[in-house]
Design a protein around this ligand. Sequence first.
Ligand code: AMP
Ligand code: MG
Length: 404
Amino acid sequence: MSGCDHPGLMPVEAALARLMLLAEATAIRETESVALAAANGRVLAEPLIAGLDLPPWANSAMDGYALRLADWTGQPLTVSQRIQAGSAPAPLQPGTCARIFTGAPLPAGADTVEMQENAVLTADERVTFTQPLRLSQNVRPQGQETRRGDNVLAAGTRLGPIELGLAASLGAAQLTVRRRPRVAVLSTGDELVEPGLPLGPGQIYNSNRRLLIAWLQRLGCEVVDGGILADDLELTRAALGALSAVDLILSTGGVSVGEADFLGVALRDEGELALWKLAIKPGKPLTCGQFRGVPVIGLPGNPASTLVTFGLLARPYLLRRLGVQRVEPLGFAMPAGFTWSKPGNRREYLRARLEHGRVVPYPNQSSGVLRSAAWAEGIAEVLEGTTLNEGDSLRFIPLSEILG
Ligand code: AMP
Ligand code: MG
């Protein structure tokens, strides 16, 4: 098993590397300050620096009794105060203990907490402990999680539920984020019709528009819906020209070498056109260029190709334009539940599931079959020039890694 370069086809890594360079050259640097409540899905523009220690003071990890360990001689201790979460305790009177609850501040002078399950109240309301005690047990020390001044989240971090919870724990009410990218979506093809309208002869419903718009929204983009673009050079020019205020024009279809592929002609005449033949299946042709200065990515029109090329190339490109560093999806090695006997010259991304711990591809891997991806839980990568026997391992990328 070995990878092999195929002359004339661009390996996926090379395409990704080029896209990363293009993304960095056109990074979206404008920032805005947003309330924490509005920051879900955005990308941090500045590191989040802790303004306080977490926890801000030593506190109890248990409901129980706080004491100074040196005071425990085996003789019952008097309970000198009661400390609830949210209260400010007095210093611990020497030779006593304090009733304390989870999350309540440790009183000055206490260094140890015993849980209530190991405590017994004596007849005179004092407390004795049934188990040996260890210094500092059940105490959460000040700054255990974070020290004031720590860089808690780096610039370029995508904000999701965990990051927002963390920012809230530090009292951050506003965050500085990159502005949303504005992305225009164009679906090219005379054959395309929107759902809700009847299909005429030779027509099909437009799937890519909804696929990409929903996906871009998940990525925090502001979407400009360019609708369906007929296969016509003048209309293509006019549509591209009307999109001068976006950060990216993302189109589908019309990127192969067919006669009705006008996107390329328009880019060549009034911008810049690179037609990449990728060593990727589905999704060999990809257009990458600009129209009057606006970056354009043209994805292949078959819906499964659109899915794979957007997920593996355009998505990382967009995230990198926002300063995100780790843009590639995580994948992990899993054993094949199938055999692959014909080595290909393109890397195959099979829409697949995990069944009994093995990768099982959808039976129809045609690039027009979006149903394969709806059935799938991930995409499994079969490298160029390789064969697989059952049980051989291949990389499996969960769809959840690329969809958000
Ligand atoms: P093209 O690259 O324009 O030749 O399109 C390749 C294939 O994808 C053709 O079968 C098209 O009908 C199909 N296709 C292109 N765009 C879409 C779309 N938005 N929704 C569904 N199928 C499409
Ligand atoms: Mg077409």
